[in-house]
Structures are given as C-alpha cells and as structure tokens.
Design a protein around this ligand. Sequence first.
Ligand code: TGC
Ligand code: FAD
Length: 389
Amino acid sequence: MYQPPDYYQLDDLLTDEHKIIRSSVREWVDRSVKPVIEKYAQKHEPLPKSILLEMGELGALGPFIPEQYGGAGLDQIAYGLIMTELERGDSSIRSSASVQSSLVMYPIFTFGDENQRMKYLPKLATGEWIGAFGLTEPNHGSDPGGMLTHFEDKGNHFLLNGSKMWITNAPVCNVAVVWAKDETGKVRGLLVERGMEGFSTPETLNKWSLRASYTGELVFDNVKVPKENLLPNVKGLKGPLMCLNSARYGIAWGVLGAAMECYDTALHYALERKQFGKPIASFQLQQKKLAEILTEITKAQLLVWRLGLLKNEEKVTPAQVSMAKRNNVEMALKIARESRQILGAMGITGDFPIMRHMMNLESVITYEGTHDVHLLITGNDITGISAFD
Ligand code: TGC
Ligand code: FAD
C-alpha cells in the first residue's frame, strides 16, 4: 500500500484508531478512485453517486457528527486524516466530503432543531442524500454579507427569492443549506429541498478545474419554504462563517494529500528517468526541488497537527484556521508546479496525476475564501484593523 512521507515521525502521535481509519480510506482510494479518476476528469464527467455511498460506508461523511445521528463520532484529527487521503485521490472527492460534512451536516447539527437533525443527518451520513451549501452569489463572493437572496414571512411559509452561484453538488443535491436575508436584513439558514416549486439547479460547465465534480447554481423563484425548514439556532453572518471554519480546517489537511501524491510521483520518476547517462535524481537542481518539497510538506503536516489538537480542545480561532488553509493550499500548488517540472513533458499528460492536481488546486486556492482574503484575515488579527471595511 502507498506510504506517504512522514519525515518527522508524526505517525507516532496518532492513535491506533486514527491509523485504522486512515488505512481504510487509503485502501478505498487506491481501489475505487485512483483507477478511474483520470478518465472522469479528462471527460469532464462527475463521479457517479456510488462514490458518495461508498464514502458513507467508510464513515467519511460527517465523521465528527455523533453516532446517534449517523455520524462516526470521531475527533478532528481523524477528520483531517480522512480529508488528506481523499484529496490524494482527487480534490473533487474531498470537496464532496467537505461540503457534505462541514457545510451541510455541521450546520444542521449545530444550528438545527432535533426534528431537522433526525430528518436529514442519517441520510446525509450514508450518502443516500446529497447536500449543497449556498453562500456565494453572482455579485457577492468574498463579501457574502452583501448577499441579495432574501425571504419574506408569508404566515404559514417563507417566500424565497434570489440565486447562488459556484455551488458544489448543486445539480444533484437533495437538500441545500441556503443563506438568505430575512425582512430585517439578518442572514438566516434555510433548508431547501429538491422538488420545491421554483427551485432549480443549473449546472456550470466548461471548467478546467475540479472536472470530476458537479458545480452549479441554486436559483429561487418564489420558492415556498416551510417554516420548519429554518435553522432556528443561529442569526447573522457568523452562521455560514462557522461552517467555513470547519471546511477550511478540512482543506488545510486535504491538500496535503494532493501535495504528497505529486511528491511521490516526482520522486519515483526522478529516480528512474535517465538523462546524460544518470538518473535525473542525481542532479543537484532536482535534489533541491525534492528536498524543498519534502520540507514544505513536513512543515504543513506540523501546522495541521497542532491545529487539530486545538480544534479537539475547542480552542482554535478562525484566524488560525485561515493561516493554515492559506499556507497549505499555496504549498500544495507550488509542489504540484515543481513536481510537474521534474517530469518534463510527461508531466503534462494524464498518465500521471500531477497536472490534474494542479488544475484542481486552482479552485481550492479560491474557494472557501481566496488566498488574499485569508491573508487579510491574518492582517486583521495581527493589527486589529479590518482591511475589508
Ligand atoms: P465581519 O464583519 O468580519 O463578520 C461578520 C460576523 O461574522 C463573524 N465572523 C465569524 N464567525 C465565525 N467564524 C469566522 N471565521 C468569522 N468571521 C467573521 C464576526 O464576528 C461577525 O459577527 P457579529 O456577531 O459581530 O455579527 O464580516 P465581513 O463582511 O467584513 O466579512 C469578512 C470576511 C472576508 C472574513 C468574510 O466575509 C469571508 O470569509 N469571506 C470569504 C467568503 C468565503 O469564504 N466564501 C466561501 C463560500 S463556500 C465555498 O467556497 C465552498 S467550496 C466547497 C468545496 O467544494 O469544498
Ligand atoms: P471575488 O470575491 O470577486 O474576488 C476576485 C478577486 O478579488 C480575488 O483574487 C480576491 O482575493 C480579490 N478580492 C476580493 N475582495 C478583496 C479585498 N477586500 N481586498 C483584496 N482583494 C480582494 N461557494 C459556495 O457558497 N458554495 C460552494 O459549494 C462553492 N463551491 C465552489 C466550487 C468551485 C469549483 C469554485 C471555483 C467556487 C466555489 N464557491 C462556492 C465559490 C467560492 O467560495 C468563491 O469563488 C470565492 O469565495 C471567491 O469569490 P469570487 O469568485 O466571487 O471572487
């Protein structure tokens, strides 16, 4: 089985349970994802629903949700390890698991009432139902507080109007957690189900990134949403932003998987490929690349390890999560670019996973808060001055 780099013996810090979960996800990725992912990505065809159902069986959907609601009841380190293994397969698979776990199950568990938890969480945990998270709008991406989607109280239901854009899994979702303003301008969360009249989910095509993942819009044209579908326990932008803290944390771990696979591919290639009568791994310039890649992976592993411990103790701050998301995605993207160069022309082909990871990471560096937005969050935390206002 694949062995990832572990230069600082971080495996010694994991429990047996962590290692068992990681092995089962790793084995599944090798068996069910790696043999087919390149074909789906090249054809720009989303992976079949069976992939989500299999992730459900593995306990990869809502791993931190308590077992009574169908989750696996695991800690945050386990969640991170699962994300790393999934993203080694492809960012689109990790994306699906991130959205389902952190952006749909987390808000229903945290902000929902008992009826909502019992109705949705078990079906989302198995992958029988697919969830989506609607925050971004055509004219409000980095500034979600400016959203225009809104709803009115019509007595026995809410009337929802507006649209969301760039939504992972939108075209196939059974339920969407939609963030919209009420009549007082407060942001609230609504659970909008497929089949509600006036709710449509057109697909976004022509992507060069995350080609094996569904992306689309959520369009609300006078949708009557039952009152019991309002998430009762949160008001304001902090609702969606708390979900993002969880998803961004998962991404900081996830991208390590993409980086590790690029490194592994480049190392093996450099040892085998000969030029000037010697393996290219013997040239100092290639050794510099490989040594720097391993150094960056090791630093990123230490960052998420500490972040995971803080998250387990519920001491982590949103700004700490932003720093890790920003650092680790940039690390993975740079490693993909360097690894691609080590493979020369072969690096641009689908015979190797590097170019696919590189293209995917161009989305990952933008979604869940862009690279620049996360830097400004750190700047705000350091100085106490918001550059957004
Ligand atoms: P600001 O005035 O700073 O804050 C508004 C309220 O929110 C609170 N807050 C947070 N709460 C929890 N966690 C956080 N990370 C929080 N950040 C802010 C804040 O305390 C305040 O609360 P209150 O009670 O005082 O009202 O808001 P702002 O309008 O200035 O915005 C600041 C900014 C830039 C940080 C924020 O809007 C932002 O993060 N923008 C980026 C948007 C983003 O990340 N969108 C992601 C969409 S989802 C997605 O991409 C899914 S990809 C899925 C996949 O396939 O994996
Ligand atoms: P903009 O906000 O228009 O930003 C454009 C550029 O301006 C960026 O470089 C940005 O950093 C910069 N910028 C913006 N404001 C500032 C500032 N104050 N100072 C300096 N620079 C600034 N959203 C969801 O809600 N749910 C999803 O499931 C989802 N899935 C996605 C899947 C994919 C494949 C992609 C690509 C996106 C997805 N998104 C989703 C949307 C994503 O979160 C947004 O694209 C992201 O938040 C950025 O918004 P934007 O694209 O509108 O860029």
